[in-house]
Write a protein that binds this ligand. Structure first.
Ligand code: PHE
Length: 390
């Protein structure tokens, strides 16, 4: 473990002073319902994919959440009380997130639940939180269905109708794609949704979908699908998937001589993408996401510096949204002046604060409208191309 350098303290103080956290309020007097004890530590549950095929998502989001809890603690906790984060690993496996959410509700009596990155796993936990009346905040699940589960389910990121549209615009206008092929993951709610939200505006703009082929998460060989795609002669390939499969798809596509631009959404975001595909194969590829550490903005700079000091790495979109999800909760608990889940839920519904991923103002559907960024791969690293305003 690296001992904190003097720079660490400086960055940390800058982050705290950046006004990201308000001063603690006085304790409340709510009754002893689960999650609503008025004394003792305020317990928050976080579920994340710390191992398995989407471990990069969970690890990164968790680090952002941890940094936020450091900031909250250094400001004296919440409502004059200590804050405790319980983190559970779903290992990227289906079924685990529901089990964890049940444990958070019935055993840990959490005030709120933070998670997940992948929409499919947020969709597993959301009905349990909703039924228990415990607020859940997804940092980065973009599928619209997540917050449709009910009035206790929130997110601090944009949604896929926006992301699909911006990808269609980018493909049409910047990449000049006219004949697209789509390769989506039928086992992922995120992938199926994003394929739809891309297809509609792309076709509306005058584009043609020359072929649409499927795969399933954990597949390793995509040669059959890619051969069919090559035969359809597209001038662009849209792959709305997660980095583990996307990395293999890009690599195998280039091996088959498919040289067209390949693009997708935030599911591409992980350093492992470059490890799996190799930077040569990733030339002429593009993805949209929520945040770039290269953005020139004081809140981003303070966050990046504090994150680097604590973890010795540069934060990505999941880290930034993990941080903002915890900050949104802290703001809501302070505003509610209570840990009563109903009061925290009401305060969350009125969320409007400036996070490291920009202004986070929730609408009546508990979704945020925020800018996106487009990234490409160049010289073996990710390169920020442009910001897309909603
Ligand atoms: N938006 C993706 C989903 O809903 C998850 C994701 C978020 C992946 C941010 C990478 C970065 O499943």
């Amino acid at each position: 473990m690296k001992s904190p350098a003097p720079a660490h303290r400086r960055h940390f103080i800058a982050l705290v002073a950046a006004g990201l956290v308000l001063a603690g309020c006085k304790p409340s007097d709510d009754a002893g319902k689960p999650g609503a004890a008025s004394t003792g530590a305020i317990v928050v549950g976080e579920f994340a994919s710390l191992h398995g095929s989407e471990a990069a998502f969970g690890q990164s989001s968790h680090k952002g959440t941890e940094l936020a809890f450091d900031v909250i603690r250094s400001n004296g906790g919440l409502l004059g009380r200590e804050v405790r984060l319980i983190t559970e690993d779903n290992q990227s496996k289906a079924g685990e997130s529901a089990t964890i959410a049940k444990k958070f509700v019935s055993r840990d009596h959490v005030v709120a639940v933070l998670g997940e990155v992948a929409s499919g796993r947020s969709l597993e936990a959301a009905p349990i939180c909703q039924a228990a009346g415990i607020p859940m905040i997804s940092p980065s699940s973009t599928n619209p269905k997540v917050t449709e589960v009910g009035d206790h389910v929130f997110r601090v990121c944009f949604t896929d109708p926006f992301q699909g549209k911006l990808l269609a615009d980018f493909a049409w206008k910047s990449l000049k794609v006219r004949r697209v092929a789509i390769l989506a993951d039928t086992a992922s709610a995120y992938s199926v949704g994003l394929a739809d939200f891309f297809r509609q505006p792309f076709v509306a703009a005058g584009g043609t979908v020359v072929t649409e082929v499927k795969y399933a998460s954990r597949d390793k060989d995509f040669k059959a699908q890619l051969t069919a795609i090559k035969a359809a002669a597209p001038d662009g390939l849209c792959v709305p998937g997660y980095y583990t499969e996307v990395g293999l798809i890009v690599k195998q596509a280039r091996e088959l001589g498919l040289t067209v631009p390949i693009f997708g959404g935030d599911g591409w975001e992980a350093p492992q993408l470059i490890e799996i595909a190799g930077s040569e194969a990733l030339k002429n590829t593009f993805y949209s996401t929520h945040f770039s550490p290269a953005q020139d903005n004081p809140a981003v700079k303070a966050f990046v510096a504090a994150f680097k000091s604590k973890f010795n790495e540069v934060p990505d979109a999941m880290a930034a949204l993990g941080y903002d999800s915890a900050m949104a909760l802290a703001e809501a608990i302070k505003k509610a002046g209570s840990t009563d889940p109903a009061k925290v839920t009401a305060a969350l519904a009125a969320t409007d604060f400036v996070g490291v991923t920009g202004r986070t103002k929730l609408d009546a559907q508990r979704n945020a409208t925020k800018p996106a960024v487009i990234i490409t791969v160049e010289n073996g690293g990710f390169k920020f191309l442009q910001t897309v305003e909603p």
